[in-house]
Design a protein around this ligand. Structure first.
Ligand code: NAG
Ligand code: NAG
Ligand code: NAG
Ligand code: NAG
Ligand code: NAG
Length: 472
């Protein structure tokens, strides 16, 4: 029996060799599949991909981003709020846009804070965080002068829009000036405070600057004149003080300037006449006073001039009548006296004219009846007198958008169906309405005084009687 197994020995070796080699061959065949499952081949730089996942994980709970979008820059990826572009250099994709906060973009979780990691994404061009930071207080943190991996040494970020984030607090960091390519900077409706860092005015590529609805303070530095490409400047609803700087006149391409609802003082600077492209100017609710600039009539592109509620106390400037494109002129609550210039009738494109709450005297210019586009006319609470020059079709067209009330000496030549707060000329009531109004206010005030005196007395009596109660 011995030779038999001996003769089979080579076959045995062969079988063993085959047995051992077969699995190793099959392992080699399956290797790419296993690799694909565990670490997908992406079209991105792994470092950039990792940074993106870290940002996503810190910001949003909507999905487990690593598993649901293993290759976020893939064509047809369903990851909303992100945009990628292919680099010409290495065929790699880079993140160029991030958009968080509002549907359908990824929503922010309660613990989300400002992710300064975004400044490590080398090709990021635009960032939006809208209604994102609402619960956890956080500050803007910009990493300065980082040498970026793409080889360029400066940021390519063109748009930074942080809007409606009540928990975004602190100052605007001076390091924001390292974002040299910035064209659009929107920081409105946050809780930012302090002064605008002067470094911000070195961002000479800025086209749109919106810092409205924050708690910013201090003066506007003269360096604002450096922003030569600015088209849109909105600093409204803050607490800025001091004068509007003369250098504002250097912003030759400015189309929209909104400085309303601050505490700006002094005059409107004369230099404003150089803003030839201006079509929207809002200065309402400040502490501006004094005369208008002489060159006001040079603002020939102006369609909106909104300047309610300033302590102006001058006469209405005739220059407005030369601004033929005006559609809205608001000059209410600013102590204007004298007559309404009849030349204002030339502003045939006016749709809104607000002159209420001033000290205007004289008659309503007859030419006002020719305002064919007028939609809203408020002349209430002045000292206007005489016959209202509007015919019934004008009165009907404006309806309740015409307010002439609170002008005791104004009267209507005929009874109209529309309520105007104005009496018919010659009726006994002609002077009654405005005289009764202040009287009513006064009597209300004295009633209030009597009421509070009564309360104080009641309190005194109670205190005085308290010991009596105690002894009884
Ligand atoms: C990885 O595998 C999936 C299917 O499992 C396939 O759709 C995908 O194209 C593969 N990716 C690569 C880069 O090979
Ligand atoms: C008035 O408005 C019309 C229509 O909006 C416009 O075509 C026209 O140029 C305007 N007139 C002036 C003087 O701006
Ligand atoms: C009202 O006045 C306007 C402008 O003066 C005029 O065009 C219109 O014909 C007048 N309408 C009536 C009913 O008198
Ligand atoms: C006119 O202005 C007064 C005072 O500001 C305001 O109370 C009134 O509602 C305005 N009227 C119209 C029609 O807008
Ligand atoms: C005078 O005023 C009273 C109350 O304000 C009002 O009821 C009455 O209709 C008015 N009369 C005229 C002629 O307008």
């Amino acid at each position: 029996m011995y030779p038999f197994p001996l003769s089979l020995f080579p076959l045995f070796i062969l079988l063993i060799t085959l047995f051992l080699s077969t699995p190793s061959v099959s392992t080699n065949q399956h290797a790419p599949k296993i690799q694909n499952l565990t670490q997908p081949i992406t079209n991105m730089n792994p470092h950039e991909l990792e940074t993106l996942f870290k940002i996503m994980e810190s910001m949003s709970n909507d999905q487990n981003w690593r598993t649901t979008h293993q290759n976020p820059c893939q064509q047809g990826s369903s990851w909303l709020g992100i945009e990628c572009k292919k680099s010409n250099l290495n065929n790699m994709y880079h993140v160029t846009r991030l958009d968080f906060g509002t549907h359908p973009n990824p929503t922010c979780k309660k613990t989300a804070t400002f992710p300064s990691l975004i400044f490590q994404l080398p090709n990021l061009e635009s960032v939006f965080f809208i209604q994102c930071f609402a619960q956890t207080k956080t500050k803007i943190y910009v990493q300065e002068n980082r040498v970026l991996s793409s080889g360029s040494s400066s940021s390519v970020l063109q748009q930074l829009s942080l809007k409606s984030n009540p928990a975004l607090v602190g100052i605007i960091p001076p390091q924001i000036s390292s974002l040299k390519s910035l064209q659009i900077l929107t920081l409105s409706q946050n809780s930012l405070l302090g002064q605008i860092p002067v470094e911000l005015f070195s961002l000479s590529s800025l086209v749109h600057l919106d810092l409205s609805y924050n708690k910013l303070t201090g003066k506007i530095p003269d360096q604002i004149g450096n922003l030569k490409n600015l088209v849109d400047l909105d600093l409204s609803y803050n607490s800025f003080t001091g004068p509007i700087p003369n250098t504002i006149g250097q912003l030759g391409t400015l189309q929209k300037l909104d400085l309303s609802s601050n505490s700006f003082t002094g005059k409107i600077p004369e230099t404003i006449e150089t803003l030839h492209s201006l079509n929207f100017l809002a200065l309402s609710n400040n502490k501006l006073s004094g005369n208008f600039p002489k060159g006001l009539n040079k603002l020939q592109g102006l369609q909106y001039f909104l300047m309610d509620d300033n302590p102006m106390f001058v006469t209405l400037p005739k220059e407005f009548s030369q601004l033929q494109k005006l559609q809205e002129l608001r000059l209410a609550g600013s102590g204007y006296s004298g007559k309404i210039p009849p030349s204002y009738s030339r502003l045939t494109n006016l749709t809104t004219l607000s002159l209420q709450n001033n000290r205007l005297t004289g008659e309503i210019p007859v030419g006002f009846s020719g305002f064919l586009h007028m939609y809203h006319l408020n002349l209430s609470r002045n000292f206007l007198a005489g016959v209202v020059p509007f015919n019934s079709s004008f009165l009907k067209r404006l309806g309740r958008n015409l307010d002439l009330s609170g002008n005791p000496r104004l009267c209507l030549s005929e009874a109209n169906g529309v309520y105007l707060g104005v009496n018919v000329c010659g009726s006994k009531n002609s002077t009654s309405n405005s005289i009764t109004m202040p009287l009513k206010n006064k009597s209300e005030a004295s009633c209030g005084l009597i009421r509070s005196l009564f309360l104080v007395c009641a309190l005194c009596i109670t205190v005085a009687l308290y010991p009596l109660l105690f002894f009884a």
